[in-house]
Ligand binder design. Structure first.
Ligand code: NAD
Length: 254
């Protein structure tokens, strides 16, 4: 059963499409007021939530811009009067080019770090004053299983998600005294909208190595990750911080 988020205000970055959209919808269904944030148009997601009887609004923000994420946090706070949760889901992912580490361009490396690492830092920094003032808050960072494996053709993305795990620990230690919990969820290869679009063949096959590596040998869907994100956002997780939970069908075990 999903936790009850009645009255809770939660921002989801990268909420316009893919897995972020699924988080936004699930959180709204569980009673949260959701700020759907994205560099793309998230209005359709917010409209869909409202049509289904939930509460949401779209706030355009680029997570790489300090002013942009400050405005995002202010908009959520102005509209709903508090900020209880932030899901740092925005990332450059499906469009990241597979290449050996010595063939990735500096521009590609920088772009991935900018969104996937700096974006998480900036968005967390933007909500911090509000959560600190309330004396409570939950930040959930979306990492990935890849830093636990060290994918050789994906150095920039792999390192960026490793940094998300490290940043999760830093933020947890820095904000625990303020009543804020910071945790990470690390999904395995998931059949998200954008992945299917860009790398259709890779995720349609049931015999790709990622699936064979799982204790539960099947494809992973966005819905498989929702429970872990909700748990970390919920009151049930109020004494858990700095942790990274792998949601990958038991591919990596530690
Ligand atoms: N699909 C997978 O296999 C998988 C596995 C592990 C982790 N993840 C992570 O899950 C999250 C969602 O993945 P997805 O598959 O839905 O990918 P996606 O590309 O569809 O979603 C990423 C979202 O982030 C947004 N975004 C990108 N740059 C932004 C910026 N500068 N500012 C604001 N928003 C920006 C995009 O517009 C998009 O809506 C990502 O963090 C990804 O790294 C995905």
């Amino acid at each position: 059963m999903a936790p009850n988020f009645d009255g809770k205000v939660i921002i989801v970055t990268g909420g316009a499409r893919g897995i972020g959209r699924v988080y936004s919808q699930a959180l709204a269904k569980a009673g949260a007021k959701v700020a759907v944030s994205d560099i793309l148009d998230g209005e359709p997601c917010a409209v869909e939530i409202r049509e289904q009887g939930g509460e949401a609004f779209f706030v355009k923000a680029d997570v790489t811009g300090e002013g942009s994420v400050k405005a995002m946090a202010a908009a959520a706070h102005d509209r709903y009067g508090r900020i209880d949760g932030l899901v740092n889901n925005a990332a450059i992912f499906a469009d990241v080019r597979y290449a050996p580490f010595d063939e990735i361009s500096v521009a590609e490396w920088d772009a991935v770090m900018d969104v996937n690492v700096k974006g998480v830092w900036l968005a967390s920094r933007a909500v911090y004053p509000y959560m600190k003032e309330q004396g409570s808050g939950k930040i959930v960072n979306i990492a990935s299983g890849v830093p636990f494996k060290g994918i050789p053709v994906y150095a920039h993305y792999t390192v960026s998600k490793g940094a998300v795990v490290a940043l999760t620990r830093v933020l947890a230690r820095a904000t625990g005294k303020d009543g804020i919990c910071v945790n990470a969820v690390a999904p395995g290869l998931t059949r998200s909208e954008s992945l299917l679009e860009v790398r259709g063949g890779l995720v349609d096959e049931d015999d790709v190595p990622q699936i064979q590596s799982r204790a539960i040998p099947r494809s992973q869907y966005p819905e498989d990750i929702v429970g872990a994100v909700m748990f970390f956002l919920s009151d049930a997780a109020s004494f858990i911080t700095g942790q990274t939970l792998l949601v990958d069908g038991g591919s990596y075990m530690h």
